[in-house]
Design a protein around this ligand. Structure first.
Ligand code: DOR
Ligand code: ZN
Length: 351
């Protein structure tokens, strides 16, 4: 591929912009600048902030931060606090979905099966229940979604075999969709050896043979999302490095490179980065566009808009320089420059 490519406004359906609570890693402005620089005009932000978005008070605080600082459009996920289960009903109209951490990986304690059953029973929607789950918890979530007629979205599928489990449930009528990240597709445990903490995230990278399987089963995947989870270089080199890697600015050029290598079609990439996230989360299909110059290059180690300032993909081949991003008929980004003021971004949920 060469020349210029124009695509509809892309959506990153899974990011952690760290505000409130950890603005030394990222904030609403730097995170949404990274989104625009990466060709995305809409992002969906996860609730694991400090404090987590599990009640109306934190929702109002986070809405205020985004409405004054965001450069691109955004949606917020609600989280769940077992001590405030009734908050879910109040939060539901204002969020794109409910994010649940099913295992002890991020929640302080695993949810009891009674609590989980009640959440699936009581979540009013309209957004889906999105889960962070280890492979062993996915069957239970599928069963609960089927029992309570909920839409389920499995974030960053941890293993290629999980795709088969999810597909079987889908064939049997469960409303389930799923997502993979560029790092699970393009990095392996061999890269992790080289990258150390900079190659560690949850779920962890896969062995090369499992990465191959993930590619072979890509037809079963609905969304590619970055799981942009910035941590500072100091934190990553410190005694207890937190898991997570940034990804907003590398997803599109890396995936276009994969298209160029014949690993998936451009139509399929558009489905994964635009149509499917819009359909699953009820977002507009015509929010704008991104113009890309199809130049081939090697991803640099630095020079990104994200505050964390690094990428696990440095040195990887990439295709496509993001030249221009439009959002709601306004040019918001052109040649490395953000052209709008913080606060231009709007909540995609209009309640
Ligand atoms: O590695 C991860 N880091 N996985 C997640 O699900 C959360 C994230 C974070 O917030 O840092
Ligand atoms: Zn995440």
């Amino acid at each position: 591929m060469n020349g210029t490519l124009t695509l509809p406004g892309l959506i990153d359906a899974h990011v952690h912009l760290r505000e409130p609570g950890a603005t030394h890693k990222e904030d609403c402005r730097t995170g949404t600048a990274a989104a625009l620089a990466g060709g995305f005009n809409t992002i969906l932000d996860m609730p694991n902030n400090q404090p987590p978005l599990t009640n109306l008070e934190v929702l109002r605080c986070k809405q205020a931060l985004f409405s004054t600082k965001a450069l691109c459009d955004y949606g917020l996920f609600a989280g769940y606090d077992p001590r405030q289960p009734q908050a879910l009903t109040a939060l539901a109209p204002y969020v794109v979905g409910l994010k649940l951490y099913l295992d002890t990986t991020f929640a302080s304690a695993a949810l009891t099966s009674e609590a989980l059953d009640a959440v699936f029973r009581d979540w009013p929607g309209p957004g889906p229940i999105a889960i962070h789950a280890e492979s062993c918890s996915i069957p239970l979530a599928l069963e609960l979604a089927a029992r309570h007629h909920q839409r389920l979205h499995v974030c960053h599928v941890p293993q290629p075999d999980d795709l088969l489990v999810i597909d079987r449930a889908r064939q049997a009528g469960t409303q389930v969709t799923c997502e993979v990240t560029p790092h699970h597709l393009l990095l392996t445990t061999e890269d992790e050896r080289r990258l150390g903490a900079f190659g560690r995230m949850k779920p962890p990278l896969l062995a090369p043979n499992l990465v191959d399987l993930l590619w072979q089963r890509l037809a079963l995947v609905d969304i590619i999302a970055s799981d942009h989870a910035p941590h500072t270089i100091a934190e990553k080199t410190g005694p207890e490095p937190a898991p997570g890697v940034p990804g907003l600015e590398t997803t599109l050029p890396l995936m276009l490179q994969a298209v160029d290598e014949g690993r998936l079609s451009l139509d399929r990439l558009l489905e994964l980065l635009h149509h499917a996230p819009a359909r699953i989360y009820g977002l507009p299909f015509d929010s704008g566009q991104v113009e890309i110059e199809l130049t081939s290059y090697t991803l640099p180690a630095a020079g990104y808009h994200t505050r964390c300032g690094w990428t696990p993909f440095a040195g990887k081949r990439a295709l496509g320089i993001i030249r221009q991003v439009t959002l709601r008929s306004t040019v918001v980004y052109n040649d490395n420059q953000v052209l709008v003021r913080p606060g231009f971004g709007r909540n995609v949920v209009h309640n």
